[in-house]
Design a protein around this ligand. Structure first.
Ligand SMILES: [Zn+2]
Length: 284
């Protein structure tokens, strides 16, 4: 049995092991892989591009991200090509400490805050060895021939909303007609500011861990996500996600997967635009 056939065999077996795995058909490579890591109460999303680049959006609240990267990357891969820090809150940034100590990070994208939090200062110190870019709306990062990353928010340098969550970078990634929206902890305040942009996305990283202050009905009507992923810790003290948000997501017909129940959620998109979702603890 050739390596290619064996790999495909193992892959399909893995997919079948996860009950209720959603799929649009058979994937043809090269494949884009997006992992919404189970890191407890926080956010960390890892992207393996079709050409093999590694991108990390946020690092979760602690060193759990190291375990997740260890499960996902081959042991010899110690490079993260691009790291995005959506906003400097501990549940998004703290895990990046270990990542920066253990991986060579090529480039960092972050916001430009006038009054950085202690966490922001800490991060900048650690990231001093890497190239740092400030996120501004309208920038389009052509990662590869068929893979684009667009910055929808913030609108300019030196964002400084009253709520630091509303300084979150909002990103859209498109591969072969399939789109992903990454919202950090942006609330309805930001959602209304970006409503005139093309928000349609197949896969939505639900804003602010499914809190009641994000994911307005108007916003969700524009995104119309087939699958929504909520990154949330089991039994968290914030009550995330709230019933209101879950109801609004089901009202637009979106399937909802939560990392506290499903574990790490993986979305794979083939070069034919077909996709499959699988979950480390089973999707349901
Ligand atoms: Zn958060």
């Amino acid at each position: 049995m050739s390596v290619a056939i064996l790999t495909f065999f193992l892959y399909t077996q893995y997919s079948k092991a996860n009950t209720n795995t959603a799929s649009t058909g058979n994937l043809v490579g090269p494949i884009l892989k997006v992992y919404y890591f189970d890191v407890g109460q926080g956010d960390s999303i890892f992207i393996k591009t079709p050409e093999g680049k590694d991108i990390l959006i946020d690092g979760g609240p602690d060193a759990t991200v190291m375990e997740r990267l260890g499960e996902t990357l081959p042991y010899w891969d110690r490079t993260i090509d691009l790291m995005v820090l959506t906003h400097p809150h501990a549940d998004h940034i703290q895990g990046l400490d270990d990542v920066l100590k253990n991986y060579k990070v090529g480039e960092v994208i972050e916001t430009d805050l006038k009054n950085p939090t202690p966490e922001e200062n800490y991060f900048n110190k650690l990231a001093g060895l890497t190239e740092i870019q400030k996120a501004v709306k309208g920038e389009k990062i052509n990662l590869e021939s068929d893979l684009d990353l667009q910055i929808l928010y913030p609108f300019g340098l030196q964002v400084n909303e009253e709520d630091l969550n509303d300084d979150s970078i909002v990103l859209k990634m498109i591969y072969k007609g399939r789109s992903f929206l990454f919202t950090g902890d942006a609330t309805t305040n930001v959602e209304s500011k970006i409503e005139d942009q093309d928000l349609k996305a197949d896969f939505l990283k639900v804003g602010h861990h499914g809190s009641r202050y994000a994911s307005s009905s108007a916003f969700l009507e524009k995104v119309k996500p087939a699958v929504s992923i909520i990154s949330v810790g089991a039994g968290n003290s914030f009550g995330h996600p709230t019933r209101d948000t879950l109801d609004r997501l089901s009202a637009v017909g979106s399937r909802v997967l939560r990392t506290d129940k499903a574990g790490t959620v993986e979305v794979d998109v083939g070069s034919n635009g077909e996709w499959v979702v699988s979950c480390s603890k089973g999707c349901n």
